[in-house]
Design a protein. Sequence first.
Length: 194
Amino acid sequence: MRAKRGKDKGQDDTGLWHRVAAGVAPLPAKAKRKAARIVRAAQPAEPAKPVKPAKPVKPAGRAAPAPAKPAPLPPLSPAAAPGLDKRSFERLRRGQMPLEAKLDLHGHTLEAAHKALAAFIERAWERERRAVLVITGKGGRKDAEAGRPRTSLRESVPRWLNEPGLRPRVLAFAPAQPKHGGSGALYVLLKRRR
């Protein structure tokens, strides 16, 4: 009985198809052109690019790659402050920013001064101080044994402010005005905490 149904159904489908096809007339030429334009517009202009396969998963035994290191910050100098607008840099150089903290390095050895400067900058930054004064002294004394000028704090402090440990906290520095120590002191502008 099942075979009979299938046979009857197949005959019914064929008969239905012949009845529908008998009532179809070919499209006029104008309608064919319009239909062709619609079909072309619906097709993509370029063939689709193949989809890239997903990256293979690394075996569990390997370490993940290290995150990319941030680009090094541009060096600071008394004449250049990348990242600081000209007006603010001029205010710093003229001593027009209110000083919120002061560090006097007179009498320190280079090693002790380096540690004191690092701790001072970190503490000032954490307390959200902006403009600070670092007194280095004018240096220039001769090394009695060698007869040459010894490395002074005045030369070292700008170099230390550009080191990777301090540079991310420092926005700019400039020699102080005479009322704050002149060339024996530096104004240091710290970045804002975010």
